[in-house]
Each structure stands twice: as C-alpha cells, then as structure tokens.
Design a protein around this ligand. Structure first.
Ligand code: HEC
Length: 210
C-alpha cells in the first residue's frame, strides 16, 4: 500500500468540499442571481394591487386546487400559440408583482387564466361555470364546485346572489345561491387582467407611491 493517494482517490474531505462547491454554485445560479435580477422590478403602473375580497378569492383558488389544471403564464409567440388562443401577450416579471406566492402552475388541463377577467368578464358566467362547467362548455372535464353554492327550493333572500343557469340546467322551483367563497373567487377571476402593454412606461415619478 502506498502512503500517498492519487488525485482520483476520494476521501471524506474531498467529497464534502466538492459537494459544497457544487451546491454553492447551483444556489448562486438558481437562487441568488434570479433574486438580484428581479428584486427591483417595479409593478407596472396599470396593475392594481388585489383588494381584500380578491385576496380571499385567491386563497380559495389555491385551496380548491385550480392551480393544478390552470396556468397563469401566457407564453411568447415563438414558444406557443397562446396569443392566438386568446390568452394574452407573454407575461413579464412585473405582472406578478403582487402575487405571493405566484400561481404560475405547471399543468394546462384547462386554459391559461392570466387574463380570464378580460376574456370572460361576466360574473353570471363565472359563477354558473363554477357551479356546473358542463352547463356552459359541453363535455368539460373541469370539476363542478357545488359546495361553493347553496341549492334551495323557493326564493332567494334580497341580499343573496342568485346564479342564473342556462334554461336547460335550471330546475323549476329551485334557486342556486352563491356562497361568499364563490363570490370572492369570482372577484379574483374578474381581476385577472394583464392586457396593458408589457413595456408600458412607469407612472411619472410624482405619481409613484414610495
Ligand atoms: C381537473 C382540471 C381542472 C380543475 C381542477 C379546474 N379546472 Fe377550470 N377548466 C378546466 C378545463 C378542462 C376547462 C375548459 C373547459 C371549460 O370551459 O369548462 C376549464 C375552464 C375554466 C375557465 C374558463 C376558461 C376560458 O378561457 O373560458 C375558468 C374561468 C376556470 N376553468 C376556472 C377554474 C377555477 C376557478 C378552478 C378552481 C375552483 C378550476 N377552474 C379548476 C379544468 C380544470
């Protein structure tokens, strides 16, 4: 046995040092650099922060698993025909300025929802579609969310929001009333509108809140 080790013979210190160098490099490249590049991106002037009710709806979007089937990241025309599909221009970093956590999504079982508020601004449609997707899109594989609604015989109270289903799906004598969770979720969906130009100039310095 020779006393000296060749370069390729491993010992604990070399393994640990090597692992640390690789981990450090990967962290710098995948965590630190993107953070430095994106931390100063200001929100576009046309993008409004979410209201309280929209934030409640956003939470419900998360807890109901909408993100498992819907993305929020229209792609560039060079990568995918998202613009032709009507999903909007390619998103830019500033579009997500108020999104914590972001809901980019990885699956597109359903359409991208980054601009659903601009594409389908009808509250009636959104509520009805959540109650029964197949009443609006025959053969839709989106789950219905009946627990966001209350189905009742008779009349709705004055302060309640009644879901106006297409005639073939409305049962005589029965009303479908949206629960607060459904209303908040739809407020969130209707706020999804990033149709302003991606490279719009920032608000004049005097208008900007510090
Ligand atoms: C299992 C997958 C799946 C889940 C989960 C899901 N969806 Fe969908 N969604 C779809 C599919 C497929 C469509 C297209 C057919 C249709 O319009 O129903 C769709 C369509 C939509 C549309 C209409 C989009 C357009 O461009 O017209 C909206 C809005 C929507 N979903 C919202 C939601 C919300 C909010 C949730 C969570 C409460 C949700 N979806 C959960 C699959 C899903």
């Amino acid at each position: 046995m020779s006393a000296g080790k060749s370069f390729w013979e491993m010992d604990e210190m070399r393994i640990i040092t090597g692992a640390m160098v690789i981990l450090g490099g990967a962290t710098a490249l995948l965590v630190v650099m993107p953070y430095m590049l994106l931390k100063e991106v200001p929100p576009p002037a046309a993008l409004k922060p979410y209201s309280d009710i929209q934030l409640v709806g956003r939470q419900s979007y998360i807890s109901n698993g909408c993100v498992y089937c819907h993305s929020q990241q229209p792609r560039d025309i060079a990568q995918a025909p998202d613009f032709k599909r009507g999903w909007g221009r390619a998103s830019v970093a500033g579009d997500y300025a108020y999104d914590t956590p972001h809901l980019l999504g990885t699956m597109r079982t359903g359409p991208d929802l980054m601009n659903i508020g601009a594409r389908q601004p009808s509250k009636d449609w959104q509520l009805g579609h959540l109650y029964q997707p197949r009443a609006y899109t025959p053969g839709s594989i989106m789950p219905s969310y009946p627990y966001l609604f209350e189905v009742r015989q008779g009349e709705a109270k004055a302060n309640e929001t009644v879901v106006n289903l297409p005639p073939s799906f409305a049962k005589p004598g029965q009303v479908v009333v949206a629960r607060p969770e459904a209303l908040a979720l739809v407020e969130y969906l209707l706020a999804m509108d990033r149709t302003y130009p991606a490279l719009a100039p920032l608000a004049p310095a005097t208008d900007r809140k510090k």
